[in-house]
Design a protein around this ligand. Structure first.
Ligand SMILES: NC(=O)c1ccc[n+]([C@@H]2O[C@H](COP(=O)([O-])OP(=O)(O)OC[C@H]3O[C@@H](n4cnc5c(N)ncnc54)[C@H](O)[C@@H]3O)[C@@H](O)[C@H]2O)c1
Length: 317
């Protein structure tokens, strides 16, 4: 198959490129490099197995006039910064909504039938009364980023029904691991490197969420992508996350242990959430994903071990 991966030079997208090149597909990556790193996929570009186009998916001319037809799209390009979407709501709207519309128009122009979309289970559902959260739960986003992903999903559903496409969304919990340069683990590691005696925690430390190592996220993406061809509904969605959840306090302790630190003094900024727009509790039901054969392989502590090792090497390289 000829596969287009948008955002393929980014954190999750580049791990997907790693997985798909082993399956003999022809891979094309489009990425503006606004946040991604070419080094993530350079070896695949050098070996000729992956074609790279540096461009913005919102560029109508490139998307509708220059990009060739492909068999399937993995749409991962986005402004993924939830916190920054509050002071900068137009950025997530523009990259995530307008960008997704352009991908859908590109599909319509070439009659491309299959797409997998990177959505966000952590932000589209908002705050709910019961956990875990099932896919049928109504969307109540509390951040502009969450709204942009929820809105994009609505258009995916509409296009799938209107134009005979098969589209599936993976609604990620918090994905972490090697090549991630944002999120709680990245922040804690770097703050503790700077000051191993004290750590400032956003909120009151009780926010509790589900985290998944990127290798398990890729396992889930591949399983969902393999069922798209035979998917009964034109549009479907799958939660992707771990079945365990951790408080921010617990996460801090796990990173400190992994870094060999003891008696770190925790300071709290206070309040029940980390920042405006932060969903304080999130645990997704992954029963539907498990129905496809998914089995979590990497525990949170093992994932942290791998991630800290990677950050250590990054610091020393
Ligand atoms: N990391 C997570 O925990 C998480 C959770 C839920 C959803 N997601 C979603 O998964 C996807 C990948 O996230 P990530 O963490 O790998 O982020 P990332 O920032 O590492 O990757 C996104 C990539 O998209 C590119 N990009 C952004 N806007 C673009 C545009 N307009 N045109 C072309 N390229 C553009 C960036 O340069 C970057 O390489 C995103 O859609 C994100 O919203 C991530």
């Amino acid at each position: 198959m000829k596969i287009l991966i948008t955002g393929g030079a980014g954190f999750i997208g580049s791990h997907l490129v790693d997985a798909l090149v082993t399956q003999n597909h022809h891979i094309m990556v489009i990425d503006s490099l606004i946040d991604g790193h070419l080094s993530n996929i350079q070896s695949h570009i050098d070996s000729g197995i992956c074609e790279f186009i540096q461009a913005d998916i919102r560029d109508r001319k490139i998307m509708l006039e220059e990009l060739p037809k492909v068999d399937m799209i993995f749409h991962f390009a986005a402004d993924p910064d939830v916190r920054n979407s509050v002071p900068n709501p137009m950025s997530s709207y523009d990259h995530n909504m307008n960008g997704t519309m352009m991908i859908l128009e590109y599909m319509r122009a070439h009659n491309i039938k299959k797409m997998l979309f990177a959505s966000s289970g952590g932000t589209i559902y908002g705050e709910v009364d019961e956990y875990p959260i099932f896919e049928k739960t109504q969307f109540h986003p509390i951040s502009p980023y969450g709204a942009s992903k929820a809105g994009a999903e609505m258009y995916l559903s509409a296009y799938a029904h209107s134009y005979g496409f098969k589209i599936a969304s993976v609604r990620f919990a918090n994905i972490f691991g090697e090549r991630s340069r944002h999120g709680v683990g990245w922040d804690f590691y770097h703050h503790l490197k700077e000051n191993p005696y004290e750590l400032t925690i956003l909120g009151d430390g009780t926010q509790q969420k589900s985290y998944m190592h990127v290798s398990d996220a890729i396992q889930a993406v591949l399983l969902v992508s393999e069922q798209i061809e035979n998917q009964k509904k034109p549009y479907d969605a799958f939660n992707v996350g771990s079945e365990s959840w951790y408080t921010v306090d617990e996460i801090a302790q796990i990173y400190e242990r992994e870094m060999g630190l003891e008696n770190v003094n925790h300071q709290y900024t206070g309040g029940s959430r980390g920042w405006v727009g932060d969903v304080a509790k999130m645990l997704l039901s992954i029963d539907k994903l498990k129905g496809l054969g998914f089995k979590e392989q990497v525990t949170f502590t093992e994932g942290v071990h791998r991630y800290v090792n990677w950050m250590e090497n990054l610091t020393h390289s």
